[in-house]
Design a protein around this ligand. Sequence first.
Ligand code: EPZ
Length: 419
Amino acid sequence: MDRLLVEGGARLKGEVSISGAKNCALPLIAASLLAGGKHCFTNVPQLRDIKTMLLLLTHMGAVCEQGGELQIDASDIHTLTAPYELVKTMRASVLVLGPMLARFRKARVSLPGGCAIGARPINLHLKALEQMGVAIALEHGYVVGEAKRLRGARITFDQVTVTGTENIMMAACLADGVTVLKNAAREPEVVALGDYLVRMGAHIEGAGSDEITITGVEELRPSSCEVIPDRIEAGTYLAAAAITGGSLRLKNLRQENIQAVSQKLCDAGVLLESGEGFVDVRANGRICSVNIETQPHPGFPTDMQAQFMALMTLGDGVSVIKERIFENRFMHVLELQRMGADIELDGRTAIVRGVEKLSGAPVMATDLRASASLVLAALAAEGTTVINRIYHLDRGYEAIEKKLSAVGARIERVSAKGE
Ligand code: EPZ
């Protein structure tokens, strides 16, 4: 398994181009199942999770061609099963459930199973689909859904769910009648999916608000669109500049999608200036300790909690970090403590007391964003850090060591042969 070697202490300086968003590309790829013909997507990031989703669609019969742009032709879908071997490696595979039921009225999708950051059930997806007339059965670890016809329904999610909102939006596009989705997720990736579905001929209003109305149509047609910039990748590089005392220009991003993170970085004393399609970030002396509480968008994103915690380990005081979305998203804490961080856990709250310095150490990546947190800590630590199991990182960060090396980081990927 590959590992990353990081020699800490370099102040990052230069420009970073932000890639397309993983969590935007994944639902768009799933949406291509809704209509035969050729869909075209640009700015698709080269990531493991994208490859997994394309493997899944190919398994089902879609023709996927990835050149400068991604082309998907879902005309001849012959398999309506999403197998465990693929779904277990990526929970977002559950996004094929809605489109399959909408177009084929039948689907068999492996239950994703838990993951490092929590149980992450899909009960809310299933309850909403049942309200739309889908008969749901659980058989040998698979969700089997079947319906004569999907019908519009008035659905209120007990809890905000991003892929739940996306699944139901897609299912409702071809249902009979009107679906009103309340307590819907408001993430930019939900808006991007809604925009694409409208381009395919769907009738959707309110995407981006907590109430989305979808009026079913008879048929959809393929279209094309550009994947929006990755706001979590952008936030991660903002934090990288801050933690190393450096200054970066981030290009190809939408600052309106990183407001909550930008505000917290400003509160922590980091200087941010935005221009047309770019943001300049510059550290400005010691980091000030600030508190954060993760919330659904537009609140502080849970996907930035681990990275922000790394920054707070070097703060000038005490930072209280509350994780409100997932029940076990503190796997990075043990590893940060190995690097000298002073963190105390109390359930879903982490108390981070700033220390003068972190020291390099061998650490283990456990999940995607925890891995990013360890990279940030390593960039600032004294000495060398070896980050193991970085396949987690490759799921969501395109060419991270190349992008960081290009702005002065001393980081290299070591392929551990034979392990
Ligand atoms: C999406 O996951 C993202 N993934 C996650 O990003 C992100 O952390 C999460 O939203 C929250 O913002 C993609 O978009 C592909 P949820 P999702 O359904 O949709 C509970 C990353 O690092 N819940 O919004 O799976 C759930 O357990 C990944 O890029 C139920 O209980 O998350 C969690 O506590 C990690 N039942 C909360 O809701 C359900 O049926 C929010 O989960 C669904 C969710």
